[in-house]
Design a protein around this ligand. Structure first.
Ligand code: BTN
Length: 236
């Protein structure tokens, strides 16, 4: 694996996109600050605090749409190993922790360009506070009272991620299916998405990585492309 580390950049995701022809497989681009960090659906990913961890991994010829879930499981495994904290996977691609209420600890953005994939990850690692308009975020340092360097977190993550990928290609999705369903945020809760157009009880994630939502006596199977802004009805 090759590491490229910037002090500041627009977005590690966009850097890979615009250098895709020159980069080797498994290049990881990290930046201490991002000026134009972005999340799913063009949302801004606030990245102007050096204590946050922002990186993207470039993978060639990887042919699965289960990568957001596999990456989520690798983050779950990393957080468990370093901090001994159980986190929750908010389908399809966020990691939450139960603090005073569910709070976001990491976000994943997987983008495909032809046969290449860019896996972008933002982790709330050591921030002590967030701007008021960033709702529901918390850092791993605040939750655990432990400062972990970016290098240490990354080494543990790479270890988990490459082992998990290898495991997936050798043995399939079963083990990931189990972890994601055992640690699924909002499982068995009433959820809404797409501005209230989707509503029902979140039953779990199926073997294709779609969610299963119970609506009356109907089971809806919905994939990540069909769902925006999944929320629980419950108030914390
Ligand atoms: C989300 O929560 O919607 C996903 C957030 C992904 C943020 C990461 S930070 C590193 C990489 N560069 C970006 O511009 N975005 C991803």
């Amino acid at each position: 694996m090759k590491l490229v580390w910037f002090d500041s950049i627009d977005s590690t995701q966009d850097y890979i996109k615009s250098h895709i022809q020159e980069l080797d497989n498994d290049t990881c681009v990290i930046a201490d600050l991002q000026v134009k960090g972005r999340g799913r659906y063009g949302h801004v990913w606030y990245s102007s605090q050096k204590d946050g961890l922002y990186f993207s991994i470039f993978k060639k010829n990887i042919n699965t749409n289960l990568l957001p879930i596999i990456t989520g499981v690798s983050l779950y495994n990393t957080i468990k190993r370093i901090y001994n904290i159980t986190s929750f996977i908010k389908w399809p691609n966020d990691i939450y922790i139960m603090f005073d209420k569910p709070r976001k600890i990491a976000g994943i953005l997987v983008e495909r360009i032809k046969d290449s994939t860019i896996i972008g990850i933002g982790v709330n690692l050591n921030q002590e506070e967030f701007p008021q308009d960033i709702l529901n975020a918390v850092s791993l340092r605040t939750v655990s009272c432990k400062y972990i360097s970016k290098q240490e977190f990354l080494l543990n993550f790479f270890d988990a991620f490459y082992k998990d990928l290898d495991f997936y290609f050798k043995h399939g999705f079963d083990a990931f299916y189990r972890i994601v369903n055992e640690n699924l945020l909002y499982k068995d809760k009433l959820i809404t998405a797409n501005n209230g157009k989707v509503q029902g009880i979140l039953k779990g994630v199926d073997m294709n990585g779609s969610i299963v939502v119970e609506k009356g006596d109907e089971l809806l199977i919905l994939n990540a492309g069909e769902i925006e802004a999944l929320r629980a009805q419950e108030l914390w």
